[in-house]
Design a protein around this ligand. Sequence first.
Ligand SMILES: [Zn+2]
Length: 58
Amino acid sequence: MASEIELKPCSFCGGKAEMVSDFDDEHYVYCTGCKGGWKTMETPEEAAAAWNRRANDE
Ligand SMILES: [Zn+2]
């Protein structure tokens, strides 16, 4: 559960991304630069994958 998850920099502003966990099954990545949240997923791993996919696509 405490595994390190690598997050790519924000594709919009290059800011630092942080994992946010609201509940046990609601996790999303938040950009500290442009204050943008990304897709809410059931696990931190899925949230990180969705975020990193976006970063790769841009
Ligand atoms: Zn950003």
